[in-house]
Design a protein around this ligand. Structure first.
Ligand SMILES: C[S@@+](CC[C@H](N)C(=O)[O-])C[C@H]1O[C@@H](n2cnc3c(N)ncnc32)[C@H](O)[C@@H]1O
Length: 304
């Protein structure tokens, strides 16, 4: 994470506001926080459980020291639950399949995935996108992703120097510009207002003055996984699949069943097979029906 104290402070405040928004306004009760970091003045379960004491939070970090502190200090309200998993973001299956994860998080109900100031530790574009897709692919519709990322966009030389310092210290990081970050993190998801902005500009608590962009240098955003649009579009094909609840259920099943987790092609195949079977139960051209459904899925699940 950035050397800048302002950046770290603003990022942490953003995380707190995003969790509060999701807990209070959206009603999310489960949080999967990957790249937890050391306990700070405002921690995810505290914010979530202040809004709803029954909230459940899974803390995941690759650093055993961080986890030891988290276990000791990030303890749940009696009504809720916190869990701790030492795992690497680069191994999403390891995170998703951990027995502790399965104990704390119910993947049939909406989850907020938090990737706050952690994606810049992943160097390769393609593997970053695959990791995000694997994680968001495992979440049911109505789930959210909150992510933030350091950028060099507002002070190229200054942040390049910070990046060099990190690399010299053996911590490879890669800053990204806002469009690059938005594409990597939020493709295929529906961003909530105000979109991807500097974290200090994301639903600020007051109209007071905010630090200069170069000092903040962290972008953030929150987005929802809503498959209702895909269900509506499939209904609009006029092939007898106009029951949005049924289609939504099949989408949910395909997106969350174990074999399809994180594998968009497998998910689309499972969804298409089920819908074609239903749409052609009284006869009809399966191949054409499948092609029509596939084109909607490709459009709506694009970039995942
Ligand atoms: C800058 S801190 C962010 C802490 C917190 N999320 C926040 O926004 O304030 C980054 C954290 O990510 C963890 N981290 C870095 N690379 C990771 C990886 N590949 N898998 C899991 N955690 C990782 C680090 O150990 C560190 O605790």
């Amino acid at each position: 994470m950035p050397a800048g104290r302002t950046a770290a402070r603003e990022n942490r405040a953003f995380l707190g506001r995003a969790v509060r928004y999701l807990a209070e306004e959206v009603g999310i009760r489960q949080f999967l926080d990957i790249g937890t970091g050391l306990p700070a003045t405002v921690n995810v379960h505290e914010v979530a459980q202040q809004a709803a004491p029954e909230s459940r939070v899974l803390y995941v970090d690759s650093d055993p020291m961080v986890l030891a502190h988290a276990r000791a200090l990030l303890t749940s309200s009696p009504q809720g639950r916190t869990g701790y998993v030492q795992a690497d973001l680069r191994d999403p299956a390891g995170i998703l399949e951990s027995p502790v994860t399965r104990e704390v998080i119910d993947f049939t109900r909406p989850v907020a995935l938090l990737l706050s100031a952690v994606l810049h530790y992943i160097q390769q574009e393609d593997s970053t996108a695959i990791i995000v897709a694997a994680l968001t692919g495992a979440l049911p519709p109505g789930s959210f992703l909150v992510a933030s990322h350091v950028t060099g966009e507002h002070d190229r030389a200054g942040w390049a120097a910070v990046q060099r310092d990190y690399r010299t210290a053996g911590i490879p990081v890669r800053w990204r510009d806002s469009d690059e970050f938005a594409r990597l993190a939020f493709a295929g998801l529906e961003l909530v207002s105000p979109g991807v902005v500097l974290v200090s500009e994301w639903r600020p608590d007051s109209d007071g003055p905010r630090p200069a962009p170069a000092e903040v240098s962290v972008y953030g955003g929150a987005a929802c996984k809503r498959w209702r649009d895909a269900a509506t579009a499939i209904g609009g094909l006029g092939i007898g699949l106009d029951d949005a609840d049924y289609v939504g259920g099949v989408l949910w099943y395909g997106l969350t069943h174990r074999g399809g987790q994180g594998n968009p092609e497998e998910q689309k195949r499972v969804i298409t097979d089920r819908l074609v079977r239903w749409a052609t139960r009284d006869g009809g051209d399966s191949a054409r029906t499948a092609a029509a459904i596939r084109s909607v899925l490709d459009e709506h699940l694009a970039g995942r």
